[in-house]
Design a protein around this ligand. Structure first.
Ligand code: IMO
Ligand code: MG
Length: 425
């Protein structure tokens, strides 16, 4: 395949960063198509661990194009900070490009995100408080500022006016007015740094495509956080699914060749919302500690549960991925037994689909298939054949249930701890 979308199949944090970074080696272009700095992509590169938020996981390869697509919401201040962190490690971001059509995530968006969550109180979404919801709200309302506004010589005046306008809303939500003067210098500097990176992304992507460049799309979040298909309203505000790569990058429909679903060997979720296979026992604690399941961004402890194949079947359908990467399999070593949810029980009836009514979903009880676990350290396994039979059985079952091929199995954090069963890109 010459163009591939890497998409989170669950609630995010599936290990997209590791896979994108691995595939980026073969790609010429890496594009983020939605979300913003709510993402936290962990990449281990040259023995060092990096936490990327806005920047694509291909940034470490200087000769490769990294594009922030039009579908993103971008906080100029945090982006500049991220670029600075990378610079300290010797990565200059000279290979970073930003679509002029991307939406700006600004100081008032961040303020309003926090205030709206506080107002929702017990009904809060549990957002990352990065301003994602408010900036996508403005986009849908057609009032947001964009990267192209950053190019405007009068940007600071435009921003000042916008802040004054938003201050009324901030006060309505019980917040303190934002004083533009406090941020003026920071935005001025950020503008100066980002200007050379802003491009016309449609012709830019078209040119790369015509040159037959290999293009990788890096999804953020996960399918169940998609604004249309996720567990609404406990979702993010963008189209996370593979199809989002089309509206979020400007590549035409016919030019994407496939998708790879990134599947964690169990399930995690940060933030509120229903979670049928959630565990509250020692197994959850063990998995959380072994895998360090704490948010990269917010440091919140992630909720842990067994693999949910009903949810994954739904995810496979909306993304259409024929291939999967099974992540963090090594973490399941030593659990007493491995479980995977194969159906739900809803009000005493067995169902094989994911109900979209939250009330129904909250009443669903998991029906599990149990697998014996493996006790061996699998992190040194280089091929599928070397894996213990228990691990193979688990993989085979997932493949059959979802009708996909698991082409990558991750058996450790490091890039070298990855089993490649089939090259698809
Ligand atoms: P990566 O790319 C996991 C969750 C938040 C919250 C909901 C809405 O690292 O997988 P938002 O700030 O987007 O308005 O929050 O979405 N969320 C994520 N959960 N991984 C992520 O990104 C997430 N980005 C947002 O916790 O429940
Ligand atoms: Mg993450």
């Amino acid at each position: 395949m010459n163009s591939l979308v890497v998409v989170g199949a669950q609630w995010g944090d599936e290990g997209k960063g590791k896979i994108v970074n691995y595939l980026a080696e073969k790609a010429d272009v890496i594009i983020r198509y939605q979300g913003g700095d709510n993402a936290g992509h962990t990449v281990k590169f040259n023995g060092k661990e990096f936490h990327l938020r806005t920047i694509p996981s291909g940034i470490f390869y200087e000769e490769k194009v990294n594009l922030l697509g039009n579908g993103m919401v971008i906080n100029p201040l945090s982006l500049v900070k991220e670029m600075d962190e990378l610079k300290k490690e010797g990565y200059t971001s000279s290979n970073l490009y930003i679509s002029s059509q991307a939406t700006l995530d600004l100081i008032y968006d961040i303020e309003l995100d926090g205030l709206k969550e506080a107002k929702l109180s017990s009904k809060k979404i549990g957002t990352t408080k990065k301003g994602i919801g408010p900036s996508y709200t403005d986009k849908a309302e057609r009032s947001s500022l964009r990267m192209s506004d950053l190019k405007d010589e009068d940007f600071l005046t435009i921003l000042e006016n916008k802040i004054n306008e938003k201050n009324a809303l901030i006060e309505f939500y019980g917040g303190n007015k934002i004083n533009f003067e406090e941020y003026k210098e920071e935005y001025r500097k950020a503008r100066e740094i980002l200007l050379p990176h802003i491009i016309e992304s449609v012709p830019f992507v078209a040119k790369l495509r015509k040159e037959n460049k290999k293009i990788l799309f890096e999804g953020a979040q996960g399918t169940m956080l998609d604004v249309d298909f996720g567990t609404f309203p406990y979702v993010t505000s963008s189209n996370v699914i593979a199809g989002g790569a089309i509206s979020g990058s400007g590549i035409g429909l016919g030019y994407i060749e496939g998708a790879l679903g990134i599947i964690k060997s169990y399930t995690t979720r940060v933030g509120e919302g229903p979670f049928v296979t959630e565990l509250f026992d020692d197994t959850a604690t063990k998995i959380r500690e072994d895998a360090h399941e704490y948010g990269v961004n917010t440091h919140r402890a992630r909720r842990i549960g067994w693999l949910d194949l009903v949810q994954l079947k739904y995810s496979q359908s909306v993304n259409g991925f024929k291939y999967g990467a099974l992540m963090l399999l090594d973490i399941l070593k030593d659990v007493n037994e491995i479980k995977a949810c194969v159906a739900y029980s809803l009000d005493g009836k067995t169902i094989d689909y994911l109900p979209t009514s939250l009330k129904e979903l909250e009443r669903c009880k998991p029906i599990y298939k149990t697998f014996p676990s493996f006790k061996e350290d699998i992190s040194k396994c280089k091929s599928y054949e070397e894996l213990p039979i228990e691990a193979k059985n688990y993989i085979n079952f997932i493949e059959e249930f979802l009708g996909i091929e698991i082409v990558i199995v991750s058996v450790g954090k490091d890039k070298s701890e990855t089993i490649i069963r089939k090259e698809i890109f």
